[in-house]
Design a protein around this ligand. Sequence first.
Ligand code: SDX
Length: 432
Amino acid sequence: MLKEEKKAHLVLPDGRDIQLDVITDNMGNHSIDIASLRKDTGYITYDPGFMNTGSCMSSICYINGEKGILRYRGYDIEDLVQNCDFIEVAYLLIKGVLPNTKERQEYTQLLNKHSLLHVDMRNFFRSYPHGAHPMAILASMVASLSAFYPEMEERDPEDNIDITVTRLLSKMRTIAAFTYRQDKGYDFVEPRYDYSYCENFLNMLFSSPVIDYHPDPVHVKALNQLLILHADHEQNCSTSAVRLVGSSEANLYASVAAGCCALWGPKHGGANQAVMAMLNKIISDGESVESVVEKAKDKNSSFRLSGFGHRVYKTFDPRARIAKKMCKEVLEAGHAQDRLLEVALKLEEVALNDDYFIERNLYPNIDFYTGIIFHLMGIPQSMFTVLFAMGRLPGWIAHYLEWRHDPYQKIGRPRQVYSGPELKKVIPINER
Ligand code: SDX
């Protein structure tokens, strides 16, 4: 990160010429350093949605929205999906380097060792009403981990951060699987030491004492790739939530629980579930794809094409491209046709040839195809955002750790433009 000699000039209404540092990052992107703007001028900036605001310096993830580039720690997402599994990528995001064989084996053993849930926590699942949204359970169970594993509340959390990270990475998968089993009214299935992270997850979902279940290798590969696609994405809404909560020095579990809640929204991680609902509705209502696209363009309708558009990507989301290819592979392996994919491909074709979408650079994002793959793996729609959270967890952890070690970070506390009333006097209630 370089602070260039060149300055940006801001001329204020009273004629003051304010000189601001220009920062040029490693990819040649420029930003203006306004860290002392209010102190020097009394002015703040106004940027709703933080569309133009960098909240931190970060070395974890790089996105080029115009070119459709996504890199974790410098590696292209396509390269990682082709050559790594999810645990390697989680290790990369959290520790900053890819593991060698020995490191990979040791990490897997550590994750297996911490994959069980405290027996008292298991009772929590039985107290939720049937049909409770899995994200409600996930967020509260993740926050509750700090009650059962309070190491980070001790004086110097740094002493225990590694064990906390490993516990969370492993137990999140167990919580996700138990949430599904609870909803189905099934007994919990424990993780196995001889299964990989993804094999274990599928086994913990679908294993049954009355069938000879073995995780389908095609689904294990697809799940690994899907979790990698979801693993990080710069300062998105949920990662920013984790950073903001973490900036108050709340523990990792509490900060990640905040990330789960932010991810839940249909504008963010809830979109994969909304895509499936949209595709299923098109099929069940027999509505034409063309009329759905027209409805998405109608400003009088709140309907938007779920899985389309992105704050940063103004071209194809590279993850959507990979997921689209993966979707076809999973279908071919299952020798199946799928009406959902047919409708999705038609929807994509119509939208991408429509001026409204072209003018606004609206393309399929990660959520457009991933839901179909989860569906083909037998995972219910209500669990889609939970799987997004499982994938995004190493990214959340990496950003939480990066904030903790960033010398420039203070507690996050944005300012505001006040639009409320001027001074008012209270009238006693009996005179109001
Ligand atoms: C994720 O940030 C991340 O990195 C997120 C994520 C990650 O990995 O963490 O990539 C994951 O959240 C992907 C996005 C999932 N959400 C959806 O698919 C929901 C549908 N998409 C939209 O809600 C929207 O595109 C957003 C929320 C994704 C982005 O919204 P922006 O950047 O605030 O854009 P905008 O709302 O200002 O839209 C610009 C224009 C508007 O029209 P005009 O006012 O210019 O006329 O595009 C229109 C919008 O109405 N528009 C859409 C649309 N998305 C934007 N119109 C129809 N359908 C859509 N999907």
